[in-house]
Each structure stands twice: as structure tokens, then as C-alpha cells.
Design a protein. Structure first.
Length: 115
């Protein structure tokens, strides 16, 4: 399974971005897809996850301003981010987990929130 994350970039504080993650390869039963962020000098932290039936879970950094969604038919996941703050900056990684527990990571997409 390969994951391709896209949609990052430079955005001003208060702005919005939508990240996309497309899964390809030998895909079977992507039970969970999620987004994680790693800022310089910090550990990778969970932003949001979504199961295949649409159950979502948000980490502290993702609650309120971020929204995860999935397109199961396209094996894709999205992260809508609003009212962005400088502390939202970092590399955002997409992760997928299969029903048997295999985990896959994308290459990351950089989000920079700055004026």
C-alpha cells in the first residue's frame, strides 16, 4: 500500500487548507485512515482518525477546527483545516491501518502557517 499526501503549503493565520491522502496498491480493508502532525523538535501527534464506517476521533490538536473525512470508494482521506494558527505548522502525515493491523505511512506534506 502506498499513501500519497498532498495539499500542504503556506497559509496565513486564520486561513484554511484541505489535505488529501490517496491510497494505492494492494488495498484491502483499510480499517482506519488518519492524519498525524510532526512539528520541529516534537513527537508525531495524532490529529484525527476515521474508520471505514465513518467513526471519527480527534486528538487535542484537531478538535474544533479540523475535520476528517473519507471516500472509501477512492481509498482517500481528507483533512479540512480552518482558522489555522502558527502552532498548526508542521509536516502532516497520512496513516492507514488494515483490519489485520498492518500500518502504512505516507511521505508527509508540509503545512506552514505564517504571515
Amino acid at each position: 500500500v502506498q499513501l500519497q499526501a498532498s495539499g500542504g503549503g503556506l497559509v496565513q493565520p486564520g486561513g484554511s487548507l484541505t489535505l488529501s491522502c490517496a491510497a494505492s496498491g494492494s488495498i484491502r480493508n483499510l480499517a482506519v485512515m488518519g492524519w498525524y502532525r510532526q512539528a520541529p523538535g516534537q513527537q508525531r501527534a495524532m490529529i484525527a482518525t476515521s474508520t471505514s464506517d465513518g467513526t471519527t476521533n480527534y486528538g487535542d490538536s484537531g478538535k474544533g477546527r479540523f475535520s476528517i473525512s473519507r471516500d472509501n470508494a477512492k481509498n482517500a482521506a481528507f483533512l479540512e483545516m480552518h482558522s489555522l494558527k502558527p502552532e498548526d505548522s508542521g509536516v502532516y502525515y497520512c496513516k492507514a491501518s488494515t483490519i489485520v493491523g498492518d500500518e502504512y505511512w505516507g511521505q508527509g506534506t508540509l503545512v506552514t502557517v505564517s504571515s
